[in-house]
Structures are given as structure tokens and as C-alpha cells.
Write a protein that binds this ligand. Structure first.
Ligand SMILES: Nc1ncnc2c1ncn2[C@@H]1O[C@H](COP(=O)(O)OP(=O)(O)OP(=O)(O)O)[C@@H](O)[C@H]1O
Ligand SMILES: [Mg+2]
Length: 464
């Protein structure tokens, strides 16, 4: 009998009955591949795919598993624990939640395995099982030695078969289980290959049951696709409690950890790390790090203060504006969204009266940071204006404010927090929008310069 096959997209996991060059769901080209369809799991196997009320894997209701009244549930015991990295704890919403499933995604070589191996050494008295499908036990040991991870309470296993992993986990009963990576795991009851939609879903479901039933905190590493989203089915992100992305420029040492989904905390927080040969080190004062080595009295650089989560961070925005030799001027923006940058260039041309329309323009946020706070608008405009005029900005000033289409400056949130951070880093003045609704608490020694539109801001900031 001919074996049935299905087609699925390796990027988003969409399944289709026939092949096509472009995925109908996500629009990616040449990502649809053919796979044999699932075989029926043997009855009673641990590979049951439905969550439908069964917690023991079989269809019978587990004895004693009855609905409990919310108010009578006991939460007096500590539900969170520290991972040893304050930055990671903050992104998780104040520590990892017991029995949660955390997915860590990121580009190849960004440091996912490093981060999780370092956690093994930092969690102290907890028992950790580190399962790798990508490295052998000895390779893990070699890396652990480089990172200075002490091996007490840390067990390593190089394995990719999910049932073996589950039985090792139930034998050892660890507090934390680390899986590096989910795409390498497979269930032999399914005929599809590791990394396929069925396998990834099935293995994650088994791990989900383990974490919820036994209270094991599970960290999963997930590979990312070309666009930077976690590879495999979207449902993977729905199944887990928390999705973290580890980002950064490979050529730079800074790494930023961001939550894309968090059932137990805010998704606005970021964690900043520095990658050294001894592993990842937390950066407690990102502002200082981002401003170190800043050129002084040079055209085309401006410092702003943005709010990332609950934390104010100072960032340096640089711009280069040169007369274009092409019919279509070149525009490039790193760290500021491209369309936003183009809008700011248009405002500068039309409302600021600077003829930047025929120029090539390049914008870059130092440190590989990407800013989506509109408070960074004014700094982008001033960096561009300073680069165009080839005149430096006042070196002792930091700026923030949102720029509107008429060139007006609009107030932003959390002004007092921004002012405190600007003063802490030693700036003497701050150029900011005029009308502020809330009462300002001006830190000592900081002079506020209120401006209403970009023309006033350019006059106040650029040294002629
Ligand atoms: N001896 C070393 N000195 C300095 N940095 C190193 C050293 N060894 C590794 N690194 C850093 O660690 C990074 C690799 O980290 P890691 O293996 O944790 O990444 P990963 O995200 O797990 O990658 P993959 O997806 O391939 O598994 C390298 O890109 C490099 O920056
Ligand atoms: Mg790795």
C-alpha cells in the first residue's frame, strides 16, 4: 500500500495536501517539504497527542484528579525561584516559575547553550538535568569548564529520544530540565523526522505534561528560521508559558534577552548580557556600557533616553548624511524601524527645511539595540540634522521626545525616570518637549531645555 504523505512548511509548520513553491500560510518560498504522514500511536504509549483531560497518558482519569476550588488551592509555598541571573529573572517576571515551560530562541551561535549551561551552575541547591541533542557529554563538560560551571547537582545526558529523556527525568526527578534543542528530539512512534511539525509538537506536549504534573521547570532551546522567528509550528509558542528571544549582533559582544510571550510577567523587560570567553556576564548598567567610547564633539551623534520595560536606558544614535551619487538615494536604518526613520527624514526635509531628500542617509543605534520607543525620535532627527550640517551637538546634552508629522514635539511617558537616568550618567542638560502634563522632578544639576518643534530643538542642540 502506498504510504500517505503530507507537505509542511519548515518555517511556520503549515500543513498542506500538495506541494507548492510558496507556503500558503506564511508566504515563504521553497520551504515546503514532503513527509510521511503520522502513524497512529500505539495505544497506551506515552506519545498520546491529546491533552484532553488525561494526565497519565492513557484515557482513564487519573485517580484523585478532581477539580479544586480556586480559593482553597494552596499557593503559600514559594512559586518562583531565582535563576542566578538577575537580568534573566527580570525578563521572566521576577524569577522562574516552578513547573513552567520556557522556550529560548535565537540565531545560531548567539549563546543559547551558554546561557542555559551557566544557569546550571548558578541555581545552587537545585538538581538540574541538562539534555543535549547537539553536543556530547564530554563537549558539554569542556564548555562547562570554560564557563566555570561547577558540576555538583548537574547531570548531563546526550540523548534525542523523548521516551529515554522522560524516563531519565522520572528516575532522577530534577528540579530543572534543560533541553538543547527541541528540534533534535524525536518520538520513534512517529515516522516523521526530528524537527518536523509532528515531532516538535509531540515532544513538547510530553515535556509540558512532565512540567505540569511533576512541577519540573523546563527550559527548551528553539532554533529560529531565516526571519528570526522560532522555527517549527506556531503552536509550539502557544504551548509554552514563556518565549524568550536572545538577540544581538554576532560581531558585537552584547546580547539582549527579550520576552515575546510571558504568562507570568510583563513582556516589556529586557535583559542585557555581555559575551566574553568566560561566558555571559550580566550588564547591570546598560547605559554606561552603551555610552562607553562615545565620540565627543563629532557631528552625527546624539544621546537619548528610552524606556525598555520598566527601565530607562541611554542609547547613542548615529547618523551619516552624504550627497547621493545615485538617482535613488540610499537609506539604511539599524535599530530604528525603517519606515519610522523615513518619516523622520521627510519631516526634517519639509518642516526642518534641511535638504536631505537628495542625500544618502544611514542611521545606526550603537550596541545592536533596537529602539521602538517614540521618545527616540528627537535624537534621530538631531543626529541627522547634525550630520547634514556637519556640526556637532552639545556634548553635555541628552534629548528625548516624539516627533509629529508637522515637526511638533510631543511628550512621552515616564519623564521623571528618564531625567534621573540622564542626570546619573553625568549629562548637564536635557532637551525635551515643552508642555509636560505631570509635575517634573528635576534632578540637581540638570538643566531642562524645553522646545516645541524640531526647529527649536535644532537651534538649541547644534553648535553653530
Ligand atoms: N572560547 C571562546 N571565547 C569567547 N567566546 C566564545 C568562546 N567559545 C564560544 N564563544 C562564544 O559563544 C558563542 C556560541 O555560544 P553557544 O554555543 O551557546 O550558542 P548557541 O546559541 O547555543 O548556538 P547553536 O544554535 O549553534 O547551538 C560563540 O558565537 C562565541 O561568541
Ligand atoms: Mg547550542
Amino acid at each position: 500500500m502506498k504510504q500517505k504523505t503530507i507537505f509542511f512548511c519548515t518555517d511556520c509548520g503549515n500543513e498542506a495536501p500538495k506541494w507548492s513553491g510558496q507556503c500558503a500560510a506564511c508566504g515563504a518560498w521553497n520551504t515546503v517539504v514532503e513527509q510521511p504522514s503520522y502513524t497512529k500511536p500505539k495505544s497506551g504509549s506515552s506519545a498520546g497527542r491529546s491533552m484532553g483531560g488525561s494526565r497519565s497518558g492513557g484515557s482513564a482519569r487519573a485517580p484523585g484528579n478532581r477539580p479544586g476550588e480556586l480559593r482553597s488551592l494552596d499557593t503559600s509555598a514559594e512559586m518562583r525561584f531565582s535563576t542566578g541571573f538577575c537580568e534573566l529573572d527580570r525578563v521572566l517576571g521576577g524569577g522562574a516559575v516552578l513547573g513552567s515551560l520556557v522556550l529560548v530562541g535565537g540565531a545560531p551561535g548567539i549563546g543559547k547553550s551558554t546561557l542555559l549551561l551557566q544557569i546550571c551552575g548558578l541555581v545552587g541547591n537545585s538538581k538540574v538535568l541538562y539534555v543535549s541533542g547537539e553536543e556530547s557529554e564530554r563537549q558539554i563538560k569542556m564548555r562547562a569548564e570554560r564557563l566555570g560551571v561547577q558540576g555538583g547537582g548537574v547531570f548531563v545526558l546526550a540523548e534525542t529520544e523523548i521516551n529515554e529523556i522522560l524516563s531519565s527525568a522520572s528516575e532522577l526527578s530534577p528540579d530543572i530540565l534543560i533541553i538543547d534543542s527541541i528540534q533534535t528530539l524525536y518520538n520513534p512512534d512517529l515516522t516523521t523526522s526530528p524537527g518536523s511539525v509532528g515531532q516538535v509538537k509531540d515532544c513538547t506536549m510530553s515535556l509540558l505534561r512532565l512540567s505540569k504534573d511533576k512541577g519540573v521547570t523546563v527550559f527548551l532551546v528553539g532554533h529560529v528560521n531565516k526571519e528570526g522567528a522560532i522555527a517549527g509550528p506556531k503552536v509550539l509558542e502557544h504551548m509554552v508559558d514563556c518565549v524568550l528571544y536572545f538577540e544581538g549582533e554576532r560581531s558585537m559582544n552584547y546580547r539582549i534577552l527579550r520576552a515575546a510571550k510571558n504568562r507570568y510577567g510583563s513582556t516589556n523587560e529586557i535583559g542585557v548580557f555581555e559575551m566574553l570567553d568566560t561566558g555571559l556576564h550580566e550588564v547591570m548598567n546598560p547605559s554606561e556600557m552603551l555610552l562607553s567610547g562615545r565620540p565627543e564633539m563629532t557631528p552625527g551623534t546624539c544621546v537619548t533616553c528610552v524606556i525598555e520595560g520598566t527601565r530607562p536606558i541611554l542609547a547613542e544614535i548615529q547618523a551619516l548624511v552624504t550627497p547621493s551619487s545615485a538617482n535613488m538615494p540610499r537609506r539604511n536604518s539599524n535599530g530604528i524601524e525603517y519606515n519610522r526613520a523615513m518619516m523622520l527624514l521627510a519631516v526634517l526635509q519639509q518642516r526642518g527645511g534641511l535638504r536631505v531628500g537628495g542625500c544618502d542617509a544611514y542611521i545606526n543605534v550603537i550596541g545592536g539595540l533596537s529602539l521602538d520607543d517614540p521618545g527616540a525620535d528627537l535624537a534621530t532627527v538631531l543626529a541627522l540634522a547634525s550630520a547634514y550640517k556637519d556640526k556637532p551637538l552639545r556634548g553635555d546634552a541628552a534629548v528625548f521626545g516624539e516627533v509629529g508629522l508637522t515637526g511638533e514635539l510631543r511628550q512621552v511617558s515616564q519623564v521623571n525616570q528618564r531625567l534621573t537616568e540622564i542626570a546619573r550618567l553625568g549629562f548637564k542638560s536635557c532637551i525635551m518637549p515643552g508642555r509636560q502634563k505631570n509635575k517634573l522632578q528635576t534632578p540637581d544639576g540638570l538643566k531642562l531645555v524645553h522646545v516645541n518643534n524640531i526647529n527649536e530643538a535644532i537651534k538649541a542642540a547644534i553648535l553653530e
